[in-house]
Design a protein around this ligand. Sequence first.
Ligand code: UD1
Length: 327
Amino acid sequence: MTTLITGGAGYIGSITTRAIRASGRAVVVLDTLENGHRKAVGDAPFVQADVADADAVRRTVEEHGVDEVVHFAAYKAVGESMANPGKYFANNVTGSQRLFETLRSCGVDRVVFSSTAAVYGTPARVPVRESDPTDCESVYAETKLMIEKTLGWYARTSTMRSVCLRYFNAAGASDDATLGEDWRFSENLVPHVMKAVLGHSPALKVFGNDYPTPDGTGVRDYIHVEDLASAHIAALDHLASGGASVTCNVGTGQGTSVLEIIAATERISGRKVPHQIVARRAGDVSEVWADSSLVRDLFGWEPRRHLDDIISSAYAWHSGRPGGHRG
Ligand code: UD1
């Protein structure tokens, strides 16, 4: 079995690539390296190309005997998507559509797609279920939902089947702390906490402490990136054994506040996290966490790591490589 992994040189992609190889599959990674790192791919077969490049995708599928695909490649900066929507629609939506068309013409009809909990926008209730309404609040989220819908139509009109995984807040580094996030390209909380605790920024900005949550700071469902990786393998197995198309939340079902992340980091590192409370960030919701019962029931997948594993792996990774993969 050979798995094509688009965007396999990125943060979640590279850790998932390694997990898929460890599960006994052959892989080939396709990535433009615009935001990914060649080093993160290691000795896995690698093709530097865009998913929209039909010739490169077709050649890769034929040369490597690709049976199935995990599709990560996409732009993911929420703010940039609002400033430059065309860039996101072209790359994420049109690029994915071209990829699916090429795959279809090559007879590859199993796709696992990296979607996001951002498709729910401000949820009417927590935990959020897959059947709850979607209400995208950014172009980025809308592009992910459009790709989900595109896959839905391929499933209705062809033999293509897909699993769309709606990630909650992916965080942490690989268990051996050799692969992780590059904080220079991230607006997310955990890399910023690490930057502050390691003295690479003056202070973490806590975006608001007046939310209607127990300690007033935002609450999210942080899922360890290695657990997220194992959900992709479960999804590939589901499709390989003839399972139907489905869209699943992937989270832990537990909410953690910004102050709880800071406290865990101080406990694990033995250092203070310098921080200051600033105004709320535009577009942030107060609290969101997943109902992950569907992915548990369908795939038998369970998160095996806890918040402390997220913080300790991120701390180990960032302590060793303050400049990320290029540092
Ligand atoms: C963000 C994106 C979401 C995307 C996800 C991917 C927005 C509005 N949402 O989710 O679309 O799918 O990343 O990981 O950008 N915080 C601070 N200080 C910081 C950074 C964050 O206090 O420097 C707080 C935020 O206010 C929030 C929590 O930490 O309460 C998590 O923030 P973040 O890691 O950016 O994730 P989301 O906003 O949930």
